[in-house]
Design a protein. Structure first.
Length: 283
């Protein structure tokens, strides 16, 4: 069953990757949501056309990746309730839907906004991806390039079956397969120009170098100890506390920062949030 191929909805993509297979988790590293939608929408259309179950997991504040369509099941989830709750809910619904279901996830980068660390994002992927693999599903994910530490993306790369970079150079879209598990062709791992029905591998070293140089203008965060979102909020609050007037909860901006930090650390739990608003300090 592992070799059963699934139509991606884009013939040229199937040729580059030598087909998407049951069990594949496919991660698209993009600069903008439209690029993810470019690949996810045809995949969804092909899945529905083939009579397969298609589930769209909706959890981010960004615009929908997939438009409503007969045959598409959209499930809304709330990651603000915390890593444990969200992960449990995702696993329960995956288990309930069973094998050979097609999935499209919202951009995973949105989870860092809620959970405040790349570590939690990588943990979520590393425990969800193998579960999807065992059930012979196919799942599409996206990451926003440049928003995550190298170590987190490396963990996702090591876990997924397929990782593809998508970027634009001189108003032209290119893809660059970084990992394609258990498949190989001489041109598979070259950058490809996305042009109509025929995608052209950039076999000339100069062309490839120009494209890859452009892609690196938005590099991954190289630090192994990145500044997490909660640390950024804490630093702003700390700066306020060091002023002559000190931290002032009467200032709407400072109060909002304090409440945001509490939400990042505790999650959306009304009772705990009220206690944090009352007793939480920077000391």
């Amino acid at each position: 069953m592992r070799t059963s191929e699934i139509n991606s909805g884009i013939k040229a993509l199937d040729e580059v990757l030598q087909g998407i297979r049951l069990g594949d988790n496919v991660v698209w590293q993009v600069d903008r949501l439209e690029d993810y939608r470019y690949f996810a929408a045809p995949f969804a259309e092909a899945a529905i056309g083939a009579g397969r179950r298609l589930v769209y997991l909706r959890f981010a504040s960004h615009p929908s990746v997939l438009a409503p369509h007969p045959g598409l099941e959209t499930i809304e989830l709330d990651p603000s309730l915390g890593f444990d709750y969200f992960t449990r809910e995702v696993h329960l619904l995956i288990e309930a839907h069973g094998p050979e279901v097609m999935y499209v996830f919202d951009n995973l980068s949105a989870l860092v906004v809620e959970w405040a660390t790349d570590e939690s994002l990588a943990n979520f992927f590393q425990i969800t991806c193998p579960f999807l693999f065992e059930l012979n599903t196919v799942a599409y994910f996206a990451l926003t390039r440049g928003q995550h530490a190298h170590y987190a993306v490396a963990r996702i790369r090591d876990t997924t079956q397929i990782l593809v970079d998508v970027y634009h150079t001189k108003d032209q879209m290119h893809i660059h397969p970084i990992k394609v598990w258990d498949r190989y062709s001489p041109q598979m791992f070259l950058p490809h120009l996305v042009a109509g029905e025929n995608w052209h591998p950039l076999s000339q070293s100069r062309e490839a170098a120009e494209v890859l140089t452009s892609a690196r203008q938005s590099p991954l965060l190289e630090t192994t100890q990145p500044l997490a979102p909660w640390e950024s909020v804490y630093q702003k609050l700390s700066d306020y506390s060091k002023t002559s007037s000190g931290f002032d909860e009467g200032d709407p901006e400072q109060l909002a920062l304090k409440q945001e930090l509490g939400r990042m650390l505790i999650g959306h739990h009304p009772v705990f949030n009220r206690l944090a608003d009352r007793y939480f300090t920077l000391e």
